[in-house]
Design a protein around this ligand. Structure first.
Ligand code: C2E
Ligand code: MG
Ligand code: MG
Ligand code: MG
Length: 282
């Protein structure tokens, strides 16, 4: 018994861990309620053509301002939602709200050029009803499926690549766009990527942030753009904060961009006022 016991892994338990677990539990409880009560909001961040600064789409990003907890960032609550199996419910709300917003803009005579990108979690693929969900909400709000695109991370694909590939084939057939998010941070097989039939690769913010100071990051960005171009894929860089980054990316052949340099994620009305109404006047 003693011998066996000694082989058990040592488990260090410190007071902060208890706090962290308790806080996660509280976030999970309130988030579950917030999803059911539709208390989350979507913000919209413009995606632009690097060559002329024109709007080519937007990304919908989840926001949560809780009565008790205050503003909780997606970086905090999404991993908790993923861990506790809440992403299908959250993701379905995102799809519904994205469709509702597109329909509302349409009613206001506003048109988003290109597509509205929504983030899709691995669980939404596993669930199997993603296709139905997307098509049902599009129909309910009279929105063309081709107005939407999906952003999926490499790790999201690799949870069940065969299923992800099959499902995205169906969705592509309906005209939805498909981007691989945070590219370069996960491990994904190039063989799967080829079969996945994405039309866009999103270069992760971490490479963009350091590409002007780190040779490694610059080479990674160059390599991603070269690979994407060879495969006939569009590239979009996320997290652009300075003109110098935009210029360097353009020189490397990257065509699209998103980041604070162009604008922050904005509530729907502000996004429309700054990006859709101006576009209409052109
Ligand atoms: P992501 O999909 O890679 O989204 C890009 C993140 O970068 C967003 O963070 C955005 O606000 C931030 N960002 C954009 N431009 C800049 C910039 O110039 N500088 C910096 N420092 N950051 C910039 P956010 O909104 O906090 O979301 C974080 C992550 O949470 C997202 O990363 C995505 O993985 C997840 N997420 C957010 N909303 C949803 C959702 O509706 N569904 C799912 N499944 N995940 C979501
Ligand atoms: Mg994204
Ligand atoms: Mg990203
Ligand atoms: Mg990212």
């Amino acid at each position: 018994y003693q011998a066996k016991r000694q082989k058990l892994p040592v488990c260090v338990f410190e007071p902060w861990m208890e706090c962290e677990v308790a806080e996660q539990l509280q976030i999970a409880k309130r988030l579950s309620n917030a999803i059911a009560e539709k208390q989350l909001r979507l913000h919209f961040q413009p995606q632009v053509d690097l060559r002329n600064g024109r709007l080519i789409g937007a990304e919908a990003l989840c926001r949560w301002n809780d009565e008790e907890l205050g503003v909780v960032s997606p970086g905090r609550f999404i991993p908790i939602a993923e861990e506790r199996g809440m992403m299908v419910a959250l993701g379905n709300w995102v799809i519904e709200e994205a469709c509702r917003q597109l329909a509302q803009w349409h009613q206001q005579g506003l048109r988003l050029p290109g597509q509205l990108a929504i983030n899709i979690a691995a669980d939404q693929f596993e669930d199997g009803d993603l296709v139905t969900s997307l098509l049902d909400y599009c129909q309910q709000f009279q929105v063309e499926a081709s107005m939407l695109s999906l952003e999926i991370t490499e790790s999201g694909i690799m949870v069940n690549p065969e299923k992800a590939i099959a499902m995205t084939k169906t969705l592509k057939g309906k005209g939805l766009g498909l981007a691989i998010d945070d590219f370069g941070t996960g491990y994904s097989s190039l063989a799967y990527l080829k079969r996945f039939a994405a039309d866009k690769i999103k270069i992760d913010i971490s490479f963009v942030r350091d590409m002007l100071t780190s040779d490694n990051d610059r080479v990674i960005v160059e390599t991603i753009i070269a690979m994407a171009t060879t495969l006939g894929l569009e590239t979009i860089a996320e997290g652009i904060e300075h003109a110098s980054q935009a210029e360097a990316l353009m020189a490397m052949g990257c065509t699209q961009a998103q980041g604070y340099y162009f604008d922050r994620p904005l509530p729907a009305d502000q996004f429309a006022a700054r990006w859709l109404m101006g576009a209409q006047r052109l």
